[in-house]
Design a protein around this ligand. Structure first.
Ligand SMILES: Cc1cc2nc3c(=O)[nH]c(=O)nc-3n(C[C@H](O)[C@H](O)[C@H](O)COP(=O)(O)OP(=O)(O)OC[C@H]3O[C@@H](n4cnc5c(N)ncnc54)[C@H](O)[C@@H]3O)c2cc1C
Ligand code: SF4
Length: 811
């Protein structure tokens, strides 16, 4: 005869116990399942995607009515068990009905902690725990104001979800930075910035004093400095407490949680407990990974099998909607501890490793958590990292000088290496699933649940698929630099810096180029990166430049070229104009045009005439206008104080100075500047890469404008009182852009990746600004020159046709 099992709580832990039971021994128990919530098991960690609108509730249900029916489970949803009589082995349903059991399983989870602030019982003050809370938050859309108390994972998930719906959200956090238990200050800062970019207001070191109400409903939160934060909803997400009441009332041994042994048995041999409500060996639990281990053990115990729950080192891979975070181990500062820190602002990536005696004891990662499993393995296994200390921060792909094949790294993992932390799935289980017929991510997920919860291990599961299935499985790859190399621009750039690669062959070697000498896509990018990073060591490679840059003139659609002499700040003289007119006559230039950048364009010059026309223009004191380059183009100016009634500063003079300082500077993409003498902005400075508007108090420098395929207005970088400071800022920001942006990214694209705040911080810091200017000047000492003069004297013959075929025919 079947034994009677009563399960109290249809949560994530007990749900997993039921799965193991019905899978292994469907006939063993007659099961009754009580749940306080009016529904069965769902994936609680996916409530946040439901809140933000990325998923629906139906998509996160893990066991539906049909599943319970198929397995003969009697469901009593919406019924909160009132009491347990252990002597009689019965439970009492809320209506007073008494049911007997042979075995009882408690999975009552946690209660969210509500700070007993005055006003905490007002309507509109809620926690974040279940679907009801989530649905309440989902009513917060445009025009609604919300305060979230608590800058931990849950609070931020709630805040991000409601902000995504259009609510005006303020997070109030008592500590100095967000998620202080998982993140260090730097990562906390990046997280804060990312949230602020989503429109969320963050107030750290803010202490709540009382909740103010009106007609029984929350009206505002008052801080202890007197500030009032008005709100329509107040969410408290400040922690959880194991829900032990039922167990304690029944006389079970209870500490912080219900005491269980290694077999998940409580102080009563017929009562087991799993999940957040338990305390095992002094520890309580708040993440699903250990709960799933407990579930496996509890099921085995219920079936009379041997199993023991062992606590493992825990890592936290957290997904605050749209921000990837990872932390593991201990990353507090301490005697004998050293830090290795890596920041890649272009990708918004931050990594910090804490090392003690050549062993990594803690890791914090923000922005790119792809390598987190590898780091977690190093921490867990206490690996000696002395040999790879220089490159360990770059992750597994960078060990040994050349990037390891990531596939080889995955292939080398032992079968018991954990791949999916949430579901406790190891590599061996995934391999077994694949051998059993799973051929894609969905198949593996269906069998093992790997990657089915938070999803951050998806890439790793795909790699195990690829290693096991070979050519039959193609991993959706990250975008490599081009067909020659799978590494991204950022990774290649990082290698160039970290390994001091100063030539193209060195890069090809170190980054495992698939072609012997690159292609038209990667060569110009590499040429630029090397030239920007090592201006003194690296010799520019003309063969790695597009035709316009190679010829120092723009090629036109009929194969002729355009020649644009520089007119500093848009100023010219009658002599220069005469020289241009003479050149136009002499070389039969069909079109002379004034450009949008205040210069004169001689269109239709034959390739072989280029050196001669350049020489004539050089002789008249003019130099190349670089109208063809991924570098400084023009500095457009208005007339300014010299002639205009409104100008507050000498905009033309500043434009000329800037153009002289910047000319010749190679940049990731073309660089256009403008200076306007007053806010009337006649030079249209606010749609340039860098714009200066002179105002009464000085100079406003703004960046990130564009007026091409994308039209963008600049954003204010800084206001400075003097012209010299404006020049310094512009030199520094140009260098910052050169050193960090991806090739062919204009400033606005780079800015979208790194954030204006990050750029501001660098520029506002006097030490960093000075260092940037110094590096800018080092580079300009090489590149601030006139290519026309150089080509006229040294390379004029290269502009001649290869052979004069008409002469040969005549001979
Ligand atoms: C919004 C949110 C996001 C989260 N994100 C993550 C994440 O990304 N990663 C992660 O690892 N963890 C996350 N967690 C934590 C994770 O959800 C919990 O660790 C897990 O759900 C706990 O499982 P459990 O079975 O112990 O309890 P629960 O899932 O809470 O289930 C307990 C159930 O017991 C019921 N119950 C209680 N008392 C009674 C009673 N007397 N009678 C009947 N029923 C009762 C309750 O109604 C509840 O439904 C998140 C939690 C929340 C709320
Ligand atoms: S921007 Fe101001 S100073 Fe310059 S030309 Fe226009 S009105 Fe005159």
């Amino acid at each position: 005869m079947k034994q009677k099992l009563i399960v109290i709580g249809a949560g994530m832990a007990s749900g997993r116990v039921l799965e193991h039971l019905v899978e292994q021994a469907p006939e063993a128990y007659d099961i009754t399942l009580f749940n306080g919530e009016p529904r069965g098991n769902y994936n609680r960690i996916m409530l946040s995607p439901v809140l933000s609108g990325d998923k629906t509730y139906d998509e996160i249900v893990t066991h539906d009515d049909a599943w319970y029916a198929d397995h003969g489970i009697t469901c009593r949803f919406g019924e909160r068990v009132a009491g347990i009589d252990r002597a009689a082995r019965t439970v009492t349903a809320p209506g007073g009905e008494v049911l007997s059991y042979d075995k009882l399983l408690l999975g009552t989870g946690s209660n969210p902690f509500i700070i007993p602030l005055p006003g905490h019982d007002l309507q509109g003050v809620i926690a974040y725990r279940d679907l009801e809370d989530t649905e309440r938050m989902m009513t917060m859309d445009a025009g609604k104001r919300v305060v979230v108390i608590g800058g931990g994972l849950l609070g931020l998930e709630a805040a991000a979800g409601m902000a995504a719906r259009g609510a005006e959200v303020t997070v109030v956090h008592i500590m100095g930075h967000l998620m202080e238990r998982q993140l260090d200050e730097s990562a906390g800062f990046l997280l804060r910035r990312a949230l602020e970019d989503k429109g969320i207001t963050v107030r750290c070191q803010a202490n709540s004093k009382q909740i103010l109400g009106q007609d029984g409903h929350v009206r505002a939160l008052q801080l202890d400095d007197g500030t009032e934060l008005p709100c329509d909803l107040l969410v408290m997400a400040v922690g959880i407490r194991p829900n032990v009441a039922l167990g304690a009332d029944a006389g079970l041994a209870v500490g912080r949680g219900i005491h269980v042994d290694d077999q998940m048995v409580t102080s009563d041999p017929d009562v087991l407990a799993v999940g957040e409500c338990v305390e095992h060996d002094g520890a309580v639990f708040g993440l699903v990974a250990p709960l799933y281990d407990q579930a496996k053990v509890a099921a085995a115990t219920l079936l009379g099998q041997q199993a023991a729950f062992v606590q493992k080192e825990l890592s936290t891979k957290l997904k605050v909607t749209g921000c990837d975070l990872f932390s593991a181990g201990d990353f507090a500062e301490g005697e004998g501890r050293e830090d290795i820190v890596f920041r890649d602002p272009a990708r918004g990536v931050y990594r910090r490793l804490v090392i003690e005696k050549d062993v990594i004891v803690g890791a914090v990662m923000y922005g790119d958590t792809a390598d987190s499993n590898w780091f977690f393995g190093l921490i867990r296994d206490k690996t000696d990292i002395a040999e790879m200390r220089d490159t360990v921060i770059f992750g597994p792909a960078f060990q040994g000088g050349a990037p390891l094949d990531p596939m080889a790294a995955v292939a080398a993992l032992p079968r018991d290496a954990e791949i999916c932390g949430c579901n406790g799935v190891c590599k061996g289980q995934i391999e077994d699933a694949i051998l059993g017929g799973a051929t894609d991510l969905g198949g593996v997920r269906a069998v093992t649940k790997a990657s089915g919860s938070c999803g951050t291990c998806t890439g790793l599961v795909e790699q195990v698929l690829a290693v096991t299935l070979g050519d039959e499985f193609v991993i959706p790859a990250a975008q490599g630099i081009c067909g020659c190399c799978d590494m991204t621009h950022e990774d290649v750039r990082r290698m160039i810096k970290s390994q001091r690669l100063t030539s193209m062959p060195a890069v090809w070697q170190a980054c495992d180029w698939k072609t012997p000498d690159g292609c038209h896509v990667c060569r110009p990018a590499l040429n630029y990166y090397l030239l920007a990073d090592w201006p003194l060591e690296y010799a520019d490679d003309p063969q790695s430049r597009f035709i316009n840059e190679r010829k120092h003139a723009n090629i036109q659609k009929d194969g002729t070229f355009s020649v644009v002499p520089r007119m500093w700040g848009g100023i010219t003289t009658p002599d220069e104009l005469r020289a241009i007119a003479d050149a136009a006559d002499k070389y039969a230039v069909p079109t002379v045009k004034v450009t949008g950048g205040q210069r004169i364009d001689l269109l239709g010059v034959k390739g072989e005439d280029l050196p001669a026309i350049w020489k004539d223009l050089n002789d008249a004191g003019m130099v190349s206008g670089y109208a063809y380059s991924k570098g400084l183009r023009t500095v457009k100016t208005c007339v300014g104080t010299d002639h205009c009634r409104f100008g507050t500063q000498d905009s033309t003079g500043l434009g000329i100075k800037l153009e002289k300082i910047l000319h010749g500077a190679w940049t990731p993409h073309k660089l256009k500047l403008a200076v306007s003498g007053c806010p009337r902005n006649c030079a249209e400075a606010t749609c340039k890469d860098i714009g200066v508007v002179c105002v009464d108090s000085g100079f406003q420098v703004s960046i990130g404008g564009a007026a091409g395929m994308d039209v963008k207005e600049t954003e204010l970088l800084i206001s400075v009182p003097t012209e010299q400071e404006a020049i310094d800022v512009i030199r520094a920001v140009t260098q910052l852009y050169r050193e960090n942006a991806r090739y062919l990214h204009r400033i606005y694209k780079w800015m979208a990746l790194v954030g204006l705040d990050w750029i501001k911080e660098r520029i506002e810091d006097p030490t960093e600004r000075a260092a940037l200017i110094e590096r800018f000047e080092v580079s300009q000492s090489i590149y601030r020159h006139d290519p026309w003069a150089e080509h006229v004297t040294k390379q004029a013959d290269t502009y001649q046709p290869l052979a004069n075929l008409s002469l040969e025919a005549a001979e």
